[in-house]
Structures are given as structure tokens and as C-alpha cells.
Design a binder for this molecule. Structure first.
Ligand SMILES: NC(=O)c1ccc[n+]([C@@H]2O[C@H](COP(=O)([O-])OP(=O)(O)OC[C@H]3O[C@@H](n4cnc5c(N)ncnc54)[C@H](OP(=O)(O)O)[C@@H]3O)[C@@H](O)[C@H]2O)c1
Length: 355
């Protein structure tokens, strides 16, 4: 087999974004993928995987031979922190350490692509200009994306490599390493409610139910990332990226209920607390009954992630016109895509299989 001309280092390879990208790269001709995270997952995609803590520069030294081959970096690491300032600091150190490690290894870098998100616009802080566009001004206060953006544009000066950033909306995918995903949390919520004999109440407010929402599948995001780094005119650019449309939960939720064969309930935020309370024991029993892949509900669902997302009552969507104008035109119907993601979770044994 011919040697790949582009070697991609996927930092954050066990996350929702990174795992899907690494899988996608393994099917792309001309590309080789190398994963990086602190812990290699039990079922890692084929190919090399570097176990390194990006907050500890020394751990990268062990991987110099692999780092020397890298031509493209996809940075999808997210280091958790208690507040926005700390989050900005540690995530920027992580990126800085990785770029130092690649320099020290003598990598001949061609492109560094950072995965950012709609939080760039402060979507998590309160109402913001809709639809968000890449040229919108920064919000006041710390944001890890601002700090990483400043770092990468400053480090690139005088270098032969280029950079880009992508700003996806909520990413719909599953990873074995983390559970920061709407799809598997909604999937687990519905499966638990069904097992408990309940209707499928929407665990958010009436306003959230009716407002316009957005998302992107992890597979489409992976396609957009590979496309962006392969097109010279995207160098030095930031791009919003979404499925390409908007949707309303009031239209999608009854279809989720139908997929699970459940009666659809009204918006009822308190239902989330109820399901969370019964989840650990009920999920363990369900894991044995349905032979599920993961018996610990905390490794499948992130209730606070869902609580945060469904607690945002303001409009929350961004324009992906800029990416489209640059030539990436693939789009998905969000409602159909969300249902397909849930069906895939069932087939993978993450939740009980769906009819
Ligand atoms: N998930 C979403 O819905 C969403 C939406 C919009 C934007 N984004 C953005 O997309 C990017 C990736 O997010 P994600 O959801 O895929 O993240 P995630 O699921 O939380 O995964 C984070 C990844 O970073 C690795 N990591 C954490 N600390 C590390 C360290 N000290 N050294 C090395 N690796 C470390 C984790 O593996 P280990 O713990 O094993 O190290 C994991 O592979 C972030 O910028 C995020 O803000 C995500």
C-alpha cells in the first residue's frame, strides 16, 4: 500500500469530535491518522495512538518518532476546568505544549485546525446576535477559544504552515471516552423513561421546546474538517459549521417518542431530576437485560450537559453561509439526522436496540 502523504494528529481522539474524525480519516485515501489523549480507549480505531497529557510537556517526548511524521493537526482536546479563566489558561497551555512537541520532533507541519464552537459567540452566557457570523465581535470576559485563536495566529507568523478554526454547533455523536453528547444523553433518557413506564416528557422549558435549535452530526463535522484543511483558500479563516438548517424540538420530540414507541409528553423540566435519580440502578438492570455495552450510566449520559443545553431559552443558531460560499455544500436534514444517530446508538448496543 502507498504511504499516506498526509499524516493527521487528532488531539482529543477519544472525544465526541475526535473519535468520529479518526474513524473518518481511516477511510480517506492519502491520509493516515494518529490519535492522542491521556487514555487509549479499550477499542481504539486501528492505527497508532499516543497516550500523552498535554498539560505535561514531558509525556510528549516519548512520542517524538510519531510526532515527527505529522503534517496536519486537528485540535479537538478539551481539558475540563472549574471556571472560564482556568479553562482558557489550561486549554491554551495544552495547545502550546503540543505545538512545542511537534517543533521539537521536527514535524513538517502544513496545517493546524482548531475545533471551537458556538460558545465563541457566548451562546452559553445569554442571548447573542442571531444568526451568529464569524465576524461578530468577541464577548467580554474569558473564553478558551479566544486564547487559543490568539496563540495559533501568533505562533503561525513566519512559519510554513497555515491554520483554520471551525465553530460547530452542538455535536451529535458518541464517543467511548467521554459522554459530552446530546444524542447519547437523550437516548439514555428516553430508554430509561420507557423502561420506567413513563411517557417521553421533554426535559426542558416550553420556550426551549418552541425556539429554533441547531446541531451537527460528528460525521458531517469530520467531513467539514478534512475538507477545510484540504482547501488552501480556507487558510487563516474561521468557519461556523452546522447541519445547514434549524429545527424545533416541538417538531422533533414527537418523532423521538415515536422511534422509542412511547407516548409523547409535554415540556416538563423537572422530569430530568426524576430520571437522573433512578438512572444508576435502573441502567445497571437494563445493561444486564439488554446486554448493553456500558453498565455505568455516568459513562453514557451527561445530565448536566443536557440540563445546560435545554436550560438555554434564547435563540441559539449560527450561519454556515461562509463555509458554503467557500465550497463546502454538504448538508443534512437535522430531524432525520438526529433520529439516525439514535438508531445507530441502538445498533451499537449503547442503548437498547430500536425497532
Ligand atoms: N460536544 C459538543 O457538543 C461540542 C459542541 C461544540 C463545540 N465543541 C468543541 O469541540 C472540541 C472537542 O469537544 P468534545 O466534545 O469532542 O470533547 P470531549 O468529548 O470532552 O473530549 C475531550 C478530549 O480531550 C482529551 N483530553 C482532556 N484532557 C486532556 C489532557 N490534559 N491531555 C490530553 N488530552 C486530553 C480527552 O481524553 P482523555 O480524558 O483520555 O485525555 C478527550 O479525548 C472542544 O473545543 C469543544 O468545546 C463540542
Amino acid at each position: 500500500m502507498a504511504e499516506a502523504s498526509r499524516v493527521a494528529l487528532v488531539a482529543g481522539a477519544t472525544g465526541v469530535v475526535g473519535e468520529a474524525l479518526l474513524k473518518r480519516l481511516s477511510r480517506e485515501s492519502g491520509w493516515a491518522g494518529i490519535g492522542l489523549a491521556r487514555r487509549k480507549p479499550a477499542q481504539a480505531a486501528a492505527g497508532p495512538f499516543l497516550e500523552a497529557d498535554l498539560l505535561d510537556a514531558e509525556t510528549l517526548r516519548r512520542s517524538e518518532a510519531a510526532l515527527a511524521r505529522v503534517t496536519h493537526v486537528f485540535f479537538a482536546t478539551r481539558v475540563a476546568a472549574a471556571d472560564a479563566e482556568t479553562e482558557a489558561r489550561v486549554n491554551t497551555v495544552a495547545l502550546d505544549n503540543l505545538l512545542d512537541g511537534l517543533d521539537a520532533a521536527g514535524a513538517k507541519l502544513r496545517h493546524v485546525c482548531l475545533v471551537h464552537g458556538t460558545k465563541w459567540y457566548g451562546c452559553h452566557l445569554g442571548p447573542y446576535r442571531i444568526p451568529a457570523e464569524e465576524t461578530d465581535p468577541r464577548h467580554p470576559g474569558s473564553n478558551l477559544y479566544f486564547s487559543q485563536h490568539d496563540l495559533v495566529s501568533q505562533r503561525q507568523r513566519g512559519q510554513p504552515w497555515t491554520w483554520s478554526t471551525l465553530r460547530p454547533h452542538t455535536v451529535w455523536g458518541y464517543s467511548a471516552g467521554t459522554c459530552n453528547s446530546l444524542v447519547n444523553t437523550v437516548g439514555a433518557y428516553a430508554a430509561l423513561a420507557r423502561e420506567a413506564g413513563m411517557a417521553l416528557y421533554f426535559p426542558g422549558s416550553e420556550t426551549t421546546y418552541r425556539k429554533r435549535s441547531q446541531g451537527i452530526t460528528a460525521g458531517l463535522l469530520a467531513d467539514a474538517m478534512i475538507w477545510t484543511v484540504s482547501n488552501e483558500r480556507c487558510a487563516g479563516q474561521d468557519f461556523n459549521v452546522t447541519n445547514g438548517d434549524t429545527f424545533r424540538w416541538e417538531s422533533l420530540w414527537p418523532r423521538v417518542a415515536q422511534l422509542f414507541g412511547m407516548e409523547c409528553g409535554a415540556p416538563y423540566p423537572g422530569k430530568l431530576d426524576e430520571i437522573e435519580a433512578l438512572a444508576p440502578e435502573l441502567w445497571r438492570a437494563m445493561a444486564a437485560k439488554y446486554r448493553l455495552a456500558v453498565g455505568d450510566i455516568d459513562r453514557v449520559a451527561n445530565w448536566n450537559y443536557l440540563r445546560g443545553l435545554f436550560g438555554m431559552s434564547w435563540d441559539d443558531w449560527s450561519s454556515s453561509e461562509k463555509l458554503r460560499r467557500h465550497g463546502f455544500t454538504t448538508a443534512l436534514d437535522s430531524e432525520d439526522a438526529f433520529l439516525s444517530c439514535l438508531t445507530e446508538l441502538g445498533h451499537a448496543g449503547i442503548i437498547p436496540d430500536l425497532p
